[in-house]
Design a protein around this ligand. Structure first.
Ligand code: G3P
Length: 474
């Protein structure tokens, strides 16, 4: 069993009292972490980050970049171990866990590249670029201060580092809180930051329940910025509590795929399967509802059923495509949505099988907008299919969701595709592909309950810095 200390105020700290992290595959304890009194822990971490900021913000970019590259090298050296932790605590397949580690290391490189680009090119406004005479304004970006990063369970390494890398390279210090399941990797990451030689207090990891730690973190006056990924319930609560603190929130979605009458159905079916069932649908950007034109419904559904039946179901360490959900409670929620939809007339076209939190992938047809399954985010392996006749009504239903993260439109007609994309209220609309955050250089944002602010490599840097102008006068 794993037992990790955490990095706070320059030291790896442990305690006799422990927090247990469950293994969703075996329903046994995967590892333990130190349990501290929440107020004292948060106070120590924030005080340390606040103090460290004074020196860290004036270190040379080269020093900060070298340290980030060093920790990235450690991540690469430990990639097998880190991936195994993901397998253990979030039941992500070994293959996808390794992909997460490698993708994140590439993300760090790209963040450094973007930082150099942004910092090397401050905005210069002078007589040559504007009509104002006798003034040269140089506008560059400076850090904000202490950044609080709160990461989710589904990408506990990637979405943590997607917050930490831009914050640190830009000269901010950080206090981060991993999701409860995701804390083992979070703690291990903090140890590697320590090993890389980050100065005391620049990186601090706090663990504990969201309720006890989260509120204390987001309400503290020493915090300069909050970057959060998780549910809209928690995100909106943070927005309420963090009065005036700049926020970037990513809070989930109910991403639709619209399959139009002229779509390439084989392509659409492959993308829907990938988009709906990767990591068991436990992705904000998963396809969570399919709107199919009635003329192609039967053919699409036939293809989808064939493909669902081919998905392997089993253990993350065996690289099964479908693995156990994060908890039995999560599986109960999915089950409830599907059962209710069936009771109201929907039909599950695939085998409904469940072993505790391991759920076989479900394709639920004849779903209507009267059913919760059409609106709620299941975060599980279920794709509801809604048939449409009138595209205008379909788009109205797409936009009636409280979420607006991403969407997919499948059609061979690019003019129509763009027209529909412009009508959809979402951060990004993907033509003939499933929803996805990547490539990571793309801006990533959501509307309504899906998010606030923009992520993605460049935009994360922008959100964690502010413009500083120096104006020279003749
Ligand atoms: O759920 C987290 C969200 O950021 C999804 O990322 O890369 O699976 O599209 P991705």
């Amino acid at each position: 069993m794993l037992n990790f200390s955490i990095l706070v105020d320059g030291a790896l700290v442990d305690s006799d009292e422990k927090i247990s992290v469950m293994n969703p595959t075996t329903n046994t304890v995967a590892g333990t972490l130190p349990l501290f009194e929440p107020k004292a822990l948060v106070d120590t971490a924030l005080a340390a980050a606040n103090e460290a900021y004074i020196d860290w913000k004036v270190t040379s970019p080269k020093e900060r970049i070298d340290l980030l590259l060093k920790v990235k090298e450690l991540f690469l050296q430990h990639q097998e171990e880190l991936a195994d932790i993901l397998v253990l605590e979030i039941a992500k397949s070994k293959k996808d866990s390794l992909t997460e580690i490698v993708r994140t290391c590439e993300y760090i490189d790209a963040t450094i590249e973007s930082y150099n680009e942004i910092m090397a090119n401050p905005l210069i406004i002078d007589e040559n670029t504007h009509h104002i005479k006798g003034k040269t304004g140089i506008f560059s970006r400076e850090p904000l201060g202490v950044v609080v990063a709160i990461a989710p369970f589904n990408y506990p390494f990637n979405l943590l580092m997607a917050k930490l890398a831009p914050a640190l390279v830009a000269g901010n210090t950080v206090v981060y809180k991993p999701a409860s399941q995701g804390s083992l990797i979070g703690a291990r990451v903090s140890q590697l930051f320590h090993e890389a030689g980050f100065p005391k207090g620049v990186v601090n990891c706090v663990v504990g329940s969201g309720r006890s730690i989260g509120d204390l973190l987001v309400e503290d006056g020493r915090v300069a910025m909050i970057s959060f990924t998780g549910s809209d319930t928690v995100g909106l609560r943070i927005a309420e509590k963090a009065k005036g603190i700049p926020l970037v929130l990513e809070m989930g979605g109910k991403d639709p795929a619209i399959v139009m009458e002229d779509a390439n159905l084989e392509l659409a079916a492959n993308e829907i399967i990938k988009g709906g069932f990767s990591y068991n649908g436990q992705r904000c950007t998963a396809i969570k509802r399919v709107f199919v034109h009635k003329s192609v419904h039967d053919e699409l559904v036939k293809l989808l059923v064939e493909k669902v039946q081919k998905l392997s179901v089993g253990l993350p360490q065996d690289n099964a495509f479908i693995t156990p959900l994060i908890s039995n409670k999560a599986a109960d929620f999915v089950q409830g949505l599907v059962d209710d939809a069936i009771a109201e007339g929907a039909v599950c076209l695939t085998e409904m099988k469940r072993e505790r939190n391991l759920m076989w992938p479900m394709l639920v047809d004849q779903v209507t907008v009267d059913m919760d399954l059409a609106w709620e985010e299941p975060f599980g392996p279920v794709i509801p299919v809604i048939t449409y006749d009138d595209l205008t009504i379909c788009v109205e239903n797409v936009n009636a969701s409280k979420y607006g993260l991403q969407a997919s439109v499948f059609t061979e007609d690019m003019v129509k595709a763009e027209e529909v994309a412009n009508l959809i209220e979402a951060g990004t609309v993907n033509i003939n592909r499933s929803s996805s955050r990547g490539p990571d250089i793309f801006p990533f944002s959501g509307v309504k309950n899906s998010g606030l602010g923009v992520q993605g490599i460049k935009d994360a840097l922008i959100s964690m810095t502010r413009v500083k102008g120096i104006v020279f006068n003749k």
